[in-house]
Design a protein around this ligand. Structure first.
Ligand code: NAD
Length: 368
């Protein structure tokens, strides 16, 4: 196994790992550990080149720093990518080798699930490193993050309604949900329970039908949902749904959902701002999952009630973002970045003794 450091400005550490025996070719980026050890998922993707993988891992690691900072998880930002087609490269040897790469970083990077990497894969990774999070409850982890993400999004939607309509009651609101997978379906259950009128769409017809039958929600076609007249549009499927084509078709006053990278480009955030559409920045409103995972690092181990208590602070974070947006006349998406950067900068400026209290990894119950 060869592990090489690749100096990248603005990142604490970036390594390339190659293991001819297992075929592993991976990059790990530790963006910032000022607030705590870096945590971010392990993604597997058939990148066309290492430089494409590098662009992705750097962007994602920085995104994790911002997300964790605003969510006050006590963690920093990092990410790893394994280059390859999951159907072709997944093997026990490869994940054991990847575990050794993670282990070589001494706890400064903690891995988790991401695109094409599931719990089964992480179970293998954990055999060579303790620095794995988000495993099943029976394995001492915090379990499936999706219901926690959904809870945070639900609270965020209420906060957004409070801000935009001066009333966070959902009884008179209509929410259009794009994507009813793990997060979207749990969100719809909560919205319906709170009395909201809900319209759903999903590329999987069976999921739409099941929800319509169970909860009596209205349905829309996949290509119509963005343009459904509603109070809140909740993207819970793909990224980049707000683009040049869709932005002019929106008929909502709030955009608040679970999907990552909702805005195709930053300028779309500005356009929403100018049109008076209140945007709940993706990484602020969808932080419930990472908050739940971060609760694994509490001194006494994972306690669900504590995780929920912390998720209930998401509305407060959103209100802070919207205040900055309002005061500085900048889009909410930019305001969130500014808030995150300020939180990290303030922690960096704190005396070393204060920082040490939050910067040491607390593996607690880890099996490794
Ligand atoms: P999922 O795969 O369980 O569900 C996504 C759903 O979107 C699927 O049912 C899929 O059929 C549907 N979909 C795909 N393309 C669509 C389209 N064009 N129109 C309508 N529906 C479409 O994923 P998930 O875990 O529910 O996550 C949803 C989103 O939230 C993703 O963007 C994810 O990155 C983000 N997110 C999830 C979590 C989490 O805890 N799971 C945390 C943070 C962010």
């Amino acid at each position: 196994m060869e592990i090489h450091d690749l100096p990248v400005a603005g990142y604490e550490r970036v390594v390339r790992a190659r293991d001819p025996e297992s075929g592993l070719h991976a990059l790990v980026a530790i963006h910032d550990t000022t607030l705590g050890p870096s945590l971010g998922g392990m993604r597997m993707w058939p990148y066309a080149s290492e430089s494409e993988a590098m662009t992705d891992v750097l962007r994602l690691a920085r995104g994790m720093t911002f997300k964790s900072a605003v969510a006050h998880t006590g963690l920093g930002g990092g990410k790893s990518v394994v280059i390859g087609d999951p159907k072709a490269v997944k093997s026990e040897k490869l994940f054991l080798a990847m575990g050794r790469v993670v282990d070589s970083l001494g706890g400064r990077y903690i891995t988790a699930e991401d695109v094409n990497i599931g719990i089964d894969d992480l179970e293998i990774v954990r055999r060579s490193t303790r620095w794995v999070s988000g495993l099943a409850r029976e394995d001492g982890g915090s379990g499936n993050p999706s219901p926690y993400t959904a809870y945070g999004v639900y609270l965020g939607i209420r906060a957004a309604c409070g801000r935009q309509f001066d009333n966070d009651e959902l009884r008179s609101r209509h929410v259009a949900v794009q994507g009813v997978g793990a997060v979207g379906s749990a969100l719809v259950e909560r919205l319906v329970k709170a009395g909201a009128r809900v319209t759903v769409a999903d590329a999987r017809e069976d999921r739409v039908r099941a929800l319509a039958e169970k909860l009596g929600v209205a349905t829309a076609r996949v290509d119509e949902i963005v343009a459904v007249p509603c109070d809140v549009f909740a993207p819970c499927a793909l990224g980049a749904v707000i683009d040049d084509r869709t932005i002019g078709t929106l008929r909502c006053k709030v955009i608040a959902g679970a999907a990552n990278n909702v805005l195709h480009e930053p300028r779309h955030g500005r356009q929403l701002f100018e049109r008076g559409v209140l945007y709940a920045p993706d990484y602020v409103i969808n932080a419930g999952g990472i908050i739940n995972v971060s609760a694994e690092f509490a001194a006494g181990g994972y306690v669900e009630a504590e995780a929920l208590r912390r998720i209930e602070r998401i509305p407060e974070a959103l209100r802070q973002v919207w205040s900055i947006s309002n005061d500085e006349k900048i889009p909410a998406s930019d305001a969130a970045d500014r808030l995150a950067m300020n939180i990290v900068a303030e922690a960096k400026a704190r005396p070393a003794a204060t920082k040490a209290a939050t910067a040491s990894p607390r593996p607690g119950h880890f099996a490794g």
